[in-house]
Design a protein around this ligand. Structure first.
Ligand code: SF4
Ligand code: SF4
Length: 380
């Protein structure tokens, strides 16, 4: 069965985004020895295919030599798992040499920008926008596919129209993230996007997407519509991620998701010990996440959307409660809002199309309007 391994070469990051909850100053950088241990560990860990995502912190801080050595080791050593690579980076340290290397391995890039320069730099720090755009130009020159995560905060939500228009005009693929409460901050909720606002934002973006489908891609809206259509989640937030997601931190510690990296209580083992699935399943973090799965079955059992929501993200649910399971993902309200909207619209469109079955081709063409079904049936 397909699985996902995230490799976090470092938690260090040169930018200083106001709402960051994950980077860590002075974090070590992963050694090539650790990559060799990853290859040894995954060699007979389980069947593929595997996606290997370099994440951070800022992974490019590991430097060209690291990637030049790591990529062939992983691609060849794990050839039997048919590895596909991905990279999440702010692009500041992308050089033509790195871009050429990533192009050779066909690596899609996820980067981050929060909207127009002034707004972006207000949230992410002065100079961020120009440095990321410089890297984006290099990536484009080497034909690398880049999509951008846009973090919506309690502040930037007021400018949602400007942000959408920015992505549309710049021709950038958009993936949105709601800002999470920062566990490192004295005032963790300062930037966090309240769940109600997040739900309304998703509906707003659904409408904007339908008006502009020819000119922009909004990845979240695609996956939400697909999930409703297929009756199963299509991104990690809406599946039981704990069974198929693993992360290796800079020091070779193994976690489930990258979001837990650096939190000692979530370490499940070390790559150099080559733990089996059976070994991992005996650890406390693994058991905690399996407990969350059972909790969702109970708590969300009557929810119409449980099949394609699965209680949302366990990190969001568990970490604010200091490792105790006290509720599902706090974004539940937003998920319900958008799943309900998509389901209702799809039902209406379906009913409308079957009632219009007797109309002539020219009549139905005239009536045809882009709706959620067009997103559900979209091919990539
Ligand atoms: S913990 Fe959350 S972010 Fe991490 S893989 Fe699971 S759903 Fe995704
Ligand atoms: S929408 Fe809320 S209640 Fe329904 S499955 Fe998701 S988290 Fe559970």
């Amino acid at each position: 069965m397909a699985f996902h391994v995230m490799l976090v070469p470092t938690l260090g990051c040169p930018s200083n985004c106001s709402y960051c909850w994950s980077s860590e100053e002075g974090s070590p950088v992963m050694s090539i020895e650790t990559i060799k241990e990853v290859v040894d560990w995954l060699g007979d860990f389980r069947e593929g295919p595997v996606t290997l995502t370099f994440h951070g912190g800022e992974p490019l801080l590991a430097g060209y030599d690291f990637f030049k050595e790591a990529l062939p080791l992983l691609a060849e050593g794990l050839g039997h798992l048919k590895p596909a690579f991905a990279l999440q980076t702010n692009l500041w340290n992308l050089t033509p040499e790195l871009a050429q290397l990533f192009a050779e391995y066909n690596i899609p890039i996820g980067s981050s920008i929060d909207g127009p320069k002034e707004l972006n730099d207000f949230q992410r720090g002065k100079g961020y926008y120009d440095k990321t755009m410089r890297g984006y130009e290099i990536a484009k020159f080497h034909n690398l596919k880049v999509s951008f995560i846009c973090t919506f905060t309690s502040y930037s939500i007021k400018f949602k129209e400007d942000i959408f228009n920015f992505f549309l005009e710049e021709g950038l693929t958009l993936k949105l993230h709601p800002a999470l409460p920062s566990l490192r901050d004295e005032n963790p909720e300062k930037w966090a996007l309240p769940p109600d606002d997040y739900g309304k934002l998703l509906i707003y973006l659904l409408d904007k997407y339908l008006e502009n489908m020819e000119d922009i891609q909004i990845m979240n809206i695609d996956s939400l519509c697909k999930s409703v259509f297929m009756r199963r989640g299509t991104v990690c937030t809406y599946v039981d991620c704990m069974d198929n997601t693993f992360t290796v931190g800079p020091d070779g510690n193994i976690y489930t998701c990258y979001r837990f990296v650096g939190m000692r209580e979530y370490v499940m083992g070390k790559v150099r010990d080559k733990p089996t699935m059976d070994d991992l399943s005996k650890t406390a973090p693994w058991k905690l996440l399996q407990e969350y799965k059972k909790y969702v079955d109970r708590e969300c059992g009557k929810c119409n959307y449980i099949k394609f929501c699965r209680g949302g993200c366990p990190y969001n649910a568990i970490t604010p409660n200091k490792g105790r399971i006290r509720g599902v993902d706090p974004h539940c309200t937003a998920y319900k809002t958008i799943f309900k909207e998509i389901t209702n619209r799809a039902n209406k469109e379906f009913l409308g199309s079957s009632m219009g079955m007797g109309t002539s081709a020219s009549q139905s063409k005239k009536k045809a309007k882009v709706g959620v079904m067009s997103i559900m049936l979209k091919r990539y």
